[in-house]
Write a protein that binds this ligand. Structure first.
Ligand code: CA
Length: 301
C-alpha cells in the first residue's frame, strides 16, 4: 500500500447537518449521499464536477440507485423510491410502526437485496433513545425481514468478498461485529466481534470493505477513518481529517481507488465551526492509497 495518500476536499460545507451514506454509482460516475436532518439528497457528477440537490420532508438515512430507475431511500420510517429528476416520491414499505424511530444507514448486498437499520427518536440534539433499533432486509420482491433487534444506533455494514461474512456496526457497542452470511436466504447468524475499540470518546459509524477484504471504518467524534484487518482486529492505517465528526466512506472513481468520506456539521456550535473546523460538513476524497474498493450494489427491486 502506498504511503503517499492525499486528503482532498471535494465539496466544502456541502452538508448542513450529517453528511452520510456515500454510494458511488459506476454507471453515471457519480456519488450519491444524504444530509440526514435536512432531508437533503446530493448527487455529485465527478466528470463535470457538478452537484444536483433535492430536499425531502423528513430525515434521510440512505439513497441507493434502483435498478428499475431512480433511487431507493430511507425516509423517516419509510423505504421509498425517489426520482431525482422528476422529484417523484413513492413509499414502498414502512418499518417500526407506531414509533418515532427512523431509518439510518443502508446498503445492498451483491444480489441487490437492501439492508438497513433503524434507531430510536432524538431526545435532544445528538441524544438518541437507546435500544430501539432493528436491522432489516428488504428483498427484491419487497418482503421485509427483521434480523437484529434492540440496537442502539444501527450504522455501517458491508460484506466479505466471498459473501460468507456480513460486517455490521451498532455504534454504541464500540465494535465491529461479523455474522455468517447466507446470501441465498438473506440471513445472518453466529455473531462474533472482529474489532473492539478501546477509545470510547469516538464512535464507529459508517463502513466499507475493500477488494483485499479489509474494513474502512469512519469514526464520529474521532476525526478519522481507519483501515482494519477483520482477521486480527488490528488497525492497519489511520487517515486523519480536519473535522471532528467523520461519518462514512465508500470507494469510487474510474478505477475505484479513491475513498470518498462524508462528515457532519450537526450540533457543532457556529463559533467552533468558524474557528476550529471550518470544513465540518464537507465531502472529502482520499487519493493515492494504492487500494481498490468494490462496486457499490444497486437495489434490484
Ligand atoms: Ca451513520
Amino acid at each position: 500500500m502506498s504511503g503517499t495518500y492525499r486528503v482532498n476536499t471535494v465539496l466544502p460545507n456541502c452538508f448542513d447537518t450529517i453528511g452520510e451514506a456515500p454510494h458511488w454509482d459506476v454507471g453515471s460516475q457519480s456519488l450519491y449521499c444524504v444530509d440526514i436532518h435536512s432531508g437533503g439528497l446530493l448527487r455529485w457528477d465527478a466528470s463535470t464536477n457538478t452537484v444536483d440537490k433535492a430536499k425531502l420532508n423528513g430525515k434521510i438515512g440512505f439513497a441507493i440507485p434502483r435498478e428499475s430507475g431512480g433511487l431507493t431511500i430511507g425516509l423517516n420510517r419509510s423505504i421509498a423510491s425517489f426520482h431525482f429528476d422528476q422529484q417523484e416520491l413513492v413509499t414502498l414499505a414502512e418499518v417500526d410502526p407506531g414509533t418515532e424511530n427512523r431509518l439510518n444507514d443502508g446498503k445492498c448486498d451483491t444480489t441487490g437485496r437492501l439492508w438497513a437499520g433503524t434507531l430510536g427518536p432524538s431526545l435532544a440534539p445528538g441524544v438518541i433513545q437507546m435500544g430501539c433499533g432493528t436491522l432489516y432486509s428488504f428483498s427484491r420482491d419487497h418482503t421485509i425481514s427483521s434480523h437484529l433487534t434492540k440496537l442502539d444506533i444501527s450504522n455501517g455494514m458491508d460484506w466479505s468478498n466471498d459473501n460468507s461474512v456480513m460486517y455490521f456496526i451498532d455504534s454504541m457497542t464500540f465494535s465491529v461485529m461479523a455474522f455468517d452470511f447466507d446470501i441465498t436466504l438473506g440471513s445472518i447468524r453466529n455473531k462474533k466481534t472482529v474489532a473492539e475499540f478501546q477509545d470510547k470518546t469516538c464512535v464507529p459509524d459508517g463502513m466499507c470493505v475493500d477488494s483485499d477484504g479489509k474494513l474502512w471504518v469512519a469514526f464520529y467524534k474521532g476525526s478519522r477513518v481507519c483501515r482494519i484487518d477483520p482477521e486480527t482486529g488490528d488497525t492497519l492505517l489511520t487517515i486523519n481529517f480536519p473535522v471532528t465528526n467523520v461519518t462514512s466512506c465508500c470507494f469510487g472513481g474510474k478505477h475505484l481507488d479513491e475513498l470518498y468520506v462524508t462528515s457532519s456539521a450537526y450540533n457543532i456550535p457556529q463559533e467552533e465551526i468558524t474557528h476550529k473546523q471550518p470544513l465540518a460538513g464537507s465531502l472529502f476524497q482520499v487519493t493515492g492509497l494504492g487500494v481498490k474498493g468494490r462496486v457499490s450494489n444497486n437495489f434490484q427491486g
